[in-house]
Design a protein around this ligand. Structure first.
Ligand SMILES: C[S@@+](CC[C@H](N)C(=O)[O-])C[C@H]1O[C@@H](n2cnc3c(N)ncnc32)[C@H](O)[C@@H]1O
Length: 343
């Protein structure tokens, strides 16, 4: 369905479709090449070195084929804490490699240099497994080759039920098109915000449609404002009459106003083809605010739309999303219950 090809224009690899792919198709369900369990960030790289010694030769070879950003390498050289983690790892092993051979002098320096290169690959390609890395971090061979777009055509997410990273098509994708994911998560951000984030973290200057068209940026500015208005409503900041004047965001005071705001956001996301998780979240907001304003019928309508969308983005294996009604299926059940009570 997809292939990895070299792309001269960005001097690195990219993933392309080899046939037409319909929206909602599961492009891949990848097994990680390596998993680093959830540990504090200051221990992550020494734990990664540990896992690398346990990994199969085949997986180590596959990891070494992934790219590493010069930007990360430069930072790592200067980062005392990262250097310390790699040196600390060898110190803890009493300077031995996995065959028990003592590492000294040139051998030790060579091992440390190799480990630092692998750490750079890890920092460039690793992805959190679950929200905030609940299941650790992993490296995946296909995901690691996917480039960024602010209007992505694919969505990747770790599924702990399957123990795989699934990648689904957000749109219909034609044969020969490049597959893009979104590196920076939140789409309710202006071009300038995204450009800073992409440059500082990845060294990327994105030239996707959203980054070159000023009219699209106006829509993203509006989305940022709506997003902030809802955030202020959620945390209670909008009860301060000065808030909206100071920050220039509409004042959202009631669940009905919140519903109107979320509906506008929903419309803007769809207008720009942003049919990813943020649209799912906005549909949930619409459903929640409709419920809070006493309209469970409308709430159910939005909940069902969320469920349809969720299926296209992550599939139907969502038992790990039962807690706190995170998964759309569980939310639909809850809203149906409310509708039953109100009937
Ligand atoms: C995880 S890798 C992605 C795959 C990479 N192209 C490769 O060859 O393995 C991340 C790196 O890909 C490149 N990249 C990703 N998206 C890009 C984009 N939209 N424009 C230019 N370069 C991009 C950047 O060098 C970035 O640091």
């Amino acid at each position: 369905m997809v292939e990895i090809r070299w792309l001269d224009s960005i001097e690195s690899e990219a993933v392309f479709s080899t046939r037409d792919i319909r929206r909602g198709t599961r492009i891949a369900a990848e097994i990680p090449l390596i998993v680093v369990p959830p540990v504090p960030r200051e221990k992550e790289l020494s734990r990664f070195c540990d896992e690398m010694y346990k990994a199969s030769e085949d997986n180590v070879a596959k990891i070494s084929e992934l790219s590493f950003r010069p930007l990360v390498k430069e930072r790592m050289k200067k980062d005392h804490c990262m250097n310390q983690q790699v040196w600390g790892f060898y110190k803890a092993r009493k300077w031995k490699d996995n065959t028990g051979t003592l590492l000294k002098g040139k051998k030790l320096h060579k091992a440390i240099k190799t480990a630092m290169n692998f750490c750079t690959i890890f920092r460039t390609n690793s992805v959190y497994l679950g929200p905030e890395g609940r299941y650790g971090s992993g490296i995946f061979p296909l995901y690691g080759r996917m480039n960024h777009s602010c209007v992505p055509n694919a969505h990747a997410s770790y599924n702990p039920t399957l123990k795989r990273l699934t990648i689904h098509a957000i749109h219909d994708i034609e044969a020969g098109e490049q597959i893009f994911i979104n590196y920076i998560g939140d789409v309710c951000r202006t071009h300038q915000q995204r450009a800073f984030s992409l440059h500082n973290t990845w060294g990327i200057t994105c030239d996707c449609a959203a980054c070159i068209d000023p009219q699209v940026d106006q829509l993203r500015c509006r989305m940022l404002i709506l997003d902030q208005a809802l955030a202020a409503y959620e945390c209670g900041a909008s009860t301060d009459p000065k808030f909206s004047v100071t920050y220039g965001v509409p004042r959202v005071m009631t669940a009905a106003e919140a519903l109107k705001t979320a509906e506008e956001l929903n419309y803007l996301l769809k207008e720009q083809g942003l049919h990813g998780m943020e649209l799912c979240r906005t549909l949930r907001d619409c459903s929640k605010y409709a419920l809070n304003s006493g309209d469970p019928k409308i709430a159910l309508g939005y909940a069902l739309k969320e469920l349809e969308l969720e299926k296209t983005l992550i599939g139907t294996e969502t038992s790990h999303l039962e807690d706190n009604l995170q998964g759309a299926k569980y939310w639909v059940g809850h809203v149906r219950g409310q509708l039953g009570k109100s009937a």
